[in-house]
Design a protein around this ligand. Sequence first.
Ligand code: ZN
Length: 258
Amino acid sequence: MLNYQSVVERIESFSNHSPNVTLQTVARIAELPIFFLQVLSANFGQSMPKILISAGIHGDEPAGVEAILTFLEQHLPRWRDQFHFDVFPCLNPFGFSHNLRENSDGIDINRTFEDEPTVEARAVQSVLEHSKYDLFIEFHEDWEYDGFYLFELSENRLQLGESITSAVSLIGKLHQNALVDEYRTNKKAVLRPTSEVRVRGPMPVYLFKRKKACRTITCETPSSFWSMSKRVDAHLKALTTALDCLLKENQYRPEFYQ
Ligand SMILES: [Zn+2]
């Protein structure tokens, strides 16, 4: 299993050895830092699509945190010319350290972005106050189901969900045409909640409603059924497929946010 000290060491090492990377500590919870990394594109004179990546808001969902570390350490060079990346590698270090979904006050951080934000949610809101993204992608895990699925919020944009789940289906089974709580995924394991059914308070809904992200993807890997390395591979595949799609969208231009 992972421990948070090793996450801290890997992030600091990455930051110290990478050009054009800034590392901020946006809050400390029980002395554990919540990090925010900014990775400027190698073409930083030009306007590049901006991607926000986040994991670990639920502390008992470690595969997303490991996927982000692996992406930064091994995959970034392939993408640095084409994107700017802002990254929250682990938003709930207390939960991560204790294998708990909630934070140190027993609160689910991912329900507090609209009403009475937790310290962690406030730290995110504050550091993103003036930020806008072409894509927000976050990594979660779901112990109840045996296949991968995702949520997508998008308005008048190329939809990424089915391309991502098709790519992930080469790694493992999809949770397709199946219930997630009272909702049902489509035959490609994608859920696009309408505004009426959107739960209040999750980070992607907050970012989408405030037009800080013009599209959001929430990936869910089956933590009770797949090995850690398979779940990490699935998140990495989801991220790199999303980036590929954005590049292919021709000649994709970041028309939304310059
Ligand atoms: Zn989660």
